[in-house]
Design a protein around this ligand. Structure first.
Ligand SMILES: C[C@@]1(CC(=O)O)C2=NC(=C\c3[nH]c(c(CCC(=O)O)c3CC(=O)O)Cc3[nH]c(c(CC(=O)O)c3CCC(=O)O)/C=C3\N/C(=C\2)[C@@H](CCC(=O)O)[C@]3(C)CC(=O)O)/[C@H]1CCC(=O)O
Ligand SMILES: NC(=O)c1ccc[n+]([C@@H]2O[C@H](COP(=O)([O-])OP(=O)(O)OC[C@H]3O[C@@H](n4cnc5c(N)ncnc54)[C@H](O)[C@@H]3O)[C@@H](O)[C@H]2O)c1
Length: 215
């Protein structure tokens, strides 16, 4: 249950190939569905009526759409469940089932029924900005997310990708850690922030050379 007296606990879920159920197929559900598909979830939707966009995605085989009302038992075998209908009684019934099965639930606009709430999310390349207000101010979460995203520049995306490349190709150890820290701090990161790629590369090459000599 969401609670304002306790801190919530943010995570970044890996949903590739996981079965996820979304009950409701209106405009709010459509937004949720697009994000879940982006994450690679195996999505099933249940609702008597659906938006055109969701019908199209179902026809293309990107998701499964069952055009009927929710019935208890639908949550069986699901990793996560979302409900976004215009009828609170549906959310209450779904919450009863997911609680009995130990499955985590998000109920749009019903914080008292949520096991997890959704933050406002923005992305730049591999960088994700997510803002939550413990359910207090979703509109503020959205405004802050926009502001924070403006503070993330192309050089941050570049640093993230380069760091990912080095983490994949260089062995773990003190040398690699030092390089990855320098990529971010004033030393190399500062050059990149000012668009001075050439001098940044000179320093990266020095670090790589020192690393090569030590390994
Ligand atoms: C962040 C975002 C993510 C998403 O939904 O994807 C999200 N709400 C968004 C927008 C938004 N929602 C609402 C408004 C109108 C302004 C307002 O009423 O405040 C706006 C603003 C707008 O649309 O600009 C209405 C609203 N929302 C909730 C209630 C019920 C209540 O609080 O009791 C009511 C009142 C309904 C009514 O009274 O009619 C509840 C929840 N909404 C949450 C998430 C969870 C808490 C997040 C947090 O901790 O901050 C939580 C608890 C449950 C959940 O849904 O997970 C998404 C931004 C997407 C983006 O970034 O663009
Ligand atoms: N969190 C947010 O950002 C946010 C913002 C605005 C609204 N909402 C809330 O999200 C909910 C959905 O809003 P919407 O605009 O998508 O509504 P909508 O009217 O567009 O869609 C409702 C959907 O629920 C389905 N439905 C109705 N009864 C059902 C049942 N018994 N079983 C399965 N599906 C059923 C309908 O077929 C339809 O697909 C509302 O409660 C609304 O208050 C959330």
């Amino acid at each position: 249950m969401a609670s304002v007296s306790l801190a919530d606990y943010p995570v970044c879920l890996q949903l590739r190939g996981k079965p996820v159920l979304l009950i409701g197929a209106g405009l709010i559900a459509e937004g949720r569905a697009l994000q879940l598909l982006e994450a690679g979830a195996r999505l099933r939707m249940i609702a008597p009526g659906a938006t055109d966009a969701l019908r199209r995605l179902a026809a293309e085989g990107r998701l499964e759409l069952l055009e009927r009302a929710y019935t208890p038992g639908d949550a069986a075998g699901q990793a996560l469940v979302f409900v976004a209908t215009d009828d609170r009684r549906v959310s209450v019934a779904v919450a009863e089932e997911t609680r009995a099965r130990g499955i985590l639930l998000n109920a749009a606009d019903e914080p008292d029924l949520c096991d997890f709430t959704l933050p406002s999310v923005g992305r730049r390349g591999p960088i994700t900005v997510a803002v939550s207000t413990q359910g207090m101010a979703p509109a503020l979460a959205r405004a802050l997310r926009r502001q924070l995203l403006e503070g993330i520049g192309r050089h941050h995306v570049w640093i993230a990708r380069l760091s990912g490349h080095f983490r994949e190709h260089l062995p773990r150890g003190a040398g690699r850690s030092r390089l990855l820290k320098r990529l971010v701090d004033d030393d190399i990161g500062g050059h990149l922030a000012r668009g001075e790629r050439r001098s940044a590369w000179t320093r990266i090459r020095e670090e790589l050379k020192a690393l090569g000599e030590k390994t």
